[in-house]
Write a protein that binds this ligand. Structure first.
Ligand SMILES: C[S@@+](CC[C@H](N)C(=O)[O-])C[C@H]1O[C@@H](n2cnc3c(N)ncnc32)[C@H](O)[C@@H]1O
Length: 278
């Protein structure tokens, strides 16, 4: 009889591990486990996803570049940028002449992002950093985006507030809402469209519009209330803050240094390392 309980225990353990590691992608095990799983799968991520360039352009690149058409030199922040899927479709738009900062907590996903955006290397900056603390002043970006990632973060509410904080008034907000059958494997991390829109309205965001996109995700567009003139071109050191003391940064060939002697190294692949301070 004991062996029956033993076998049931093993089956249960395998089931729980499958749920936590494969279906929930480590979402309940902390940001380090999520990043580790993405580090392991980074080299096959695009192959698994099999992004269709036309579909990417139609739903992401084209509407975002149109929404930013009146900004003289738009700056976009893509939170949890992964392999730079958003940057690639945005830079492929002839109408988009701006820049993009991509932030992610998986170093290997960022390496893939770097590799896949070589041809636009002067227009993209990649930061190795957790999304719960965005190292930028209030009202900085013309658009802030986050695709297919919020449900894996331990503090989604805090991330949403950070995203809204760094978006300038009148700026474009784009995020995904997890839907579909697999959403039931992420209890407490997913919600229906109406509830999600109400949550975003409290940030506050306005002109919220959910759009059917994929089997597993809706796109949700919004705008930060208020008006501000697009600030135009800015250097990274003008907007990046030291993640330890919040101080202003100065760039040298080795990295960024703040007045309190903290250094953010720039790795050989050009990725700015902020994650080692966590
Ligand atoms: C499914 S991928 C989506 C990547 C990209 N946005 C896309 O649509 O292809 C989820 C991404 O979220 C990132 N991520 C998860 N938790 C994070 C966190 N706390 N901070 C920053 N990035 C995080 C992962 O490393 C991974 O690259």
């Amino acid at each position: 009889m004991v062996w029956v309980w033993g076998i049931l225990g093993v089956i249960l353990l395998i089931g729980v591990l499958y749920w936590q590691l494969i279906l929930a992608e480590g979402a309940y095990l902390g940001r380090r486990v999520v990043a580790l799983l993405y580090n392991w799968s980074a080299h096959v991520y695009d192959r698994i996803k099999a992004f269709d360039p036309g579909y990417e352009q139609w739903f992401l690149g084209l509407p975002l570049s149109r929404a930013l058409a009146l900004c003289p030199d738009p700056l976009v922040l893509d939170v949890a940028t992964g392999t730079a899927r958003l940057a690639r479709t945005l830079f492929a738009q002839p109408g988009y002449r701006g820049r993009l900062i991509g932030l992610d907590y998986s170093r290997k996903m960022l390496q893939e992002a770097r590799r896949q955006t070589q041809m636009w290397s002067g227009r993209i900056t990649l930061l190795w950093q957790d999304a719960s603390q965005l190292p930028f002043p209030d009202n900085t970006f013309d658009a802030v985006t986050c695709l297919e990632a919020l449900e894996f973060m331990p503090n989604p509410e805090g991330v949403l507030q950070e995203m809204a904080r760094v978006l300038r008034p009148g700026g474009v907000f784009l995020i995904t809402n997890r839907i579909g059958n697999d959403a039931r494997w992420l209890p407490g991390r997913t919600q229906d469209t109406e509830t999600f829109e109400k949550r975003l309205a409290q940030l506050p965001l306005e002109m919220l519009r959910s759009q059917a996109w994929q089997e597993d995700y809706d796109l949700v567009w919004g705008v930060k209330p208020g008006v501000s003139a697009p600030p135009g071109p800015r250097r990274l050191e003008d907007i990046l803050h030291c993640p330890i003391c919040g101080g202003a940064l100065r760039q040298t060939t080795q990295g960024y240094h703040c007045t309190n002697q903290h250094t953010l190294p720039i790795a050989r692949d050009g990725i700015i390392d902020m994650a080692t301070f966590h």
